[in-house]
Ligand binder design. Sequence first.
Ligand SMILES: Nc1ncnc2c1ncn2[C@@H]1O[C@H](COP(=O)(O)OP(=O)(O)OP(=O)(O)O)[C@@H](O)[C@H]1O
Length: 321
Amino acid sequence: MIEAQGLTKRYGSKTAVDGISFTVHPGKVTGFLGPNGAGKSTTMRMIMGLDRPTHGTVTVNGRPYAQHRSPLTEVGALLEAKAVHTGRSARNHLRALAATHGIPDKRVNEVVSMTGLDAVAKRRVGGFSLGMGQRLGIAAALLGDPRTLILDEPVNGLDPEGVLWVRNLVKYLAAEGRTVFLSSHLMSEMALTADHLVVIGRGRIIADGPVQDVVARATTSTVRVRSPHATELAGLLAGPDVTITAVSPGVLDVHGATSEAVGEVAAAGRLVLHELTPITGSLEDAYMSLTQDAVEYHSGVPQATAPATGQSQPTSQEQAK
Ligand SMILES: Nc1ncnc2c1ncn2[C@@H]1O[C@H](COP(=O)(O)OP(=O)(O)OP(=O)(O)O)[C@@H](O)[C@H]1O
């Protein structure tokens, strides 16, 4: 478990983290989201005792990181994937790390296999690709078989197979009862991986809750309905809280009514429906809406005239979660 209370970090006049309080619970994957410069890495560094809070406290498994006798068995972290001795082989890098923490060599072989590094374990780390470096960083984080894992952008640079591997790995580790806290800018991936979200912007908490709640609160849901009697149906559905948009001939988007209500109105009016689909916003929609006032570094690229980015629900992947 990770518990932050009034956690604050100032660098000179810049407040990177501004009095945040949150708890990361075991048994779940908690995603840590926020725009560039929001304070995610600074928060993770404070959790790991690498930066001292200006105010407030943060504990891992009940104590500040530095007070753990055997920190590697408590917390494993991937903060800077390339922070390794580039002349060493991957296996020797892990062996050196294991030796200084009293971890047996056997565990090195286990994490090498777990992270798919068997074939390259003898190669010098200096020649590793970004993705291989990420795998090595994750192997190092797992070395102490820790109860808590902190992963800053673990899928950065990984190929699709690697992204899937990280997703399955962190879900497995959480299902074992571990605490998993990870950041990513890939919303679609986070939607598939995380159970819970902490969203920060300009150093402050913007949202903290189960993924579905965060998405539901920050997006509007729509019911897509297709009927040969669309005009008549629109007339029956009309009301002060209901907005109806004609998408194309015979297709309506209804805001302000549930799919059950739309279906019942259609049945009462004896109107045939060819489609009745609840459409919820995506995590990306929610994230954009939540962080719109917290983005410090705006790009100057004009927005594409995108259709509604909402997605049908539930998808087979979501059902499989
Ligand atoms: N050592 C430092 N000295 C001065 N300012 C810093 C330092 N580290 C971070 N900052 C500033 O603190 C703010 C938060 O940075 P941080 O790296 O924690 O953000 P982040 O959410 O991890 O961003 P990103 O998504 O880009 O990695 C930024 O404005 C950054 O410039």
